[in-house]
Every structure is written in structure tokens, then in C-alpha cells.
Unconditional design. Structure first.
Length: 191
């Protein structure tokens, strides 16, 4: 495993990449917490919520949510395969996760094209597009990170012994998925 480092007679310590991603994800958690705070503040000050005439649907976002959440399992399989030393399988799982991330983004932008409101229509539009748009940017960043890991794997830099970069990318991807679950529940279920 690449995350702990052990020396004779000493405790294992986490890999510095893991420490870095934990700190980074903590800051990202605060960022998204502020977006949720904005959403609930606007919701408490605006009636009705969502405003009349806004239909964001449920079934299509649910389908793309299932795709994104499922991608957490595929990225974790990439980590499992790397720990086993099967880098060919690792790359396949990363490519599958990459494809699922693009499918999710496609679904989100497909919805954007069909909605009859924009970020400037009202407070709801501002909150909706800000929250989902920032999440989409994070998904896109995760896809870029996957390409970097795939490039490193192709160059032989991802091994059974050294795959911290893959694990860090997986942590980030899991975070993006968890944030979307919260967004989906707040925006599409609770409304």
C-alpha cells in the first residue's frame, strides 16, 4: 500500500500526497458548505421556493446521479487493482470512471439547455446554477486528474508499491460524488 510509510521500529505515517488532499478537501468542504448556506438563506427569504414555473425534473437527474455515484465504485476498483499490481486493469477502471464522469457532465449540460430559466432569472436560478456549476467544474477537474494518473500509469509510474497519486485522485472523486449526493437531495428531492 502506498499511503503509510514505515521505518523499522517507528509508526507508519501517511504519504504527503494523502495529507495534502485531506487538507485540500477540507477547504473544499468549507467552500461547498458556504454554497449550501447561500442556498438555504435564499430559500428562507423567497416564497414560493422554487418559484412558480420552474421545472427541473427528477428522473433524468436521478439517472445521471446513479451514473456518477456508480463511478465511485469503479474508481475504487482501480485502486484495488493497483494494490494487487494489475496496472492494466487499473487503467481500464480509470477509463470507465472517466467515461462515467463525462456522461454525468453531458447529462448536466443537457438539462441546462432544456431549462427555461437562467442564472439571472431569479434567486433560485442564481443558487441552482452556482451550486451545480461549481460542482461541474470539480467533476471536470477530476476528469483532468484521471488523465494525469492514466499518463503516469502508462509511463510506468503507478505500481503496486507506489500508487499514492491514484489514491489521492480517488479520494477527490469520492468527495465530488458525496457533494453531488447532497446537492441532488437538496435541489431535486427536498426542493
Amino acid at each position: 500500500m502506498s499511503t503509510p510509510r514505515e521505518t523499522q521500529g517507528q509508526r507508519s505515517t501517511p504519504h504527503l500526497l494523502v495529507v495534502g488532499i485531506i487538507i485540500f478537501l477540507g477547504s473544499e468542504l468549507m467552500f461547498f458548505a458556504s454554497l449550501f448556506g447561500m442556498y438555504f438563506t435564499l430559500r428562507s427569504q423567497t416564497s414560493p421556493w422554487p418559484p412558480a414555473g420552474i421545472d427541473i425534473g427528477f428522473v433524468k437527474p436521478l439517472i445521471f446521479t446513479i451514473v456518477l455515484v456508480s463511478s465511485s465504485f469503479t474508481v475504487q476498483m482501480a485502486v484495488v487493482r493497483a494494490r494487487q499490481g494489475n496496472i492494466t486493469s487499473t487503467k481500464r477502471w480509470i477509463w470507465l470512471t472517466f467515461l462515467m464522469g463525462w456522461i454525468f457532465l453531458f447529462g448536466q449540460f443537457w438539462d441546462y439547455l432544456e431549462f427555461e430559466f437562467s442564472i439571472g432569472t431569479n434567486a433560485y436560478g442564481s443558487a441552482f446554477y452556482t451550486m451545480t456549476g461549481f460542482h461541474a467544474l470539480h467533476v471536470f477537474a477530476g476528469l483532468i486528474a484521471m488523465l494525469v494518473v492514466l499518463g503516469r500509469a502508462g509511463a510506468g509510474a503507478v505500481t503496486r508499491e507506489d500508487h499514492a497519486g491514484l489514491e489521492v485522485m480517488a479520494y477527490y472523486w469520492h468527495f465530488v460524488d458525496v457533494v453531488w449526493i447532497a446537492l441532488f437531495l437538496v435541489i431535486f428531492v427536498v426542493r
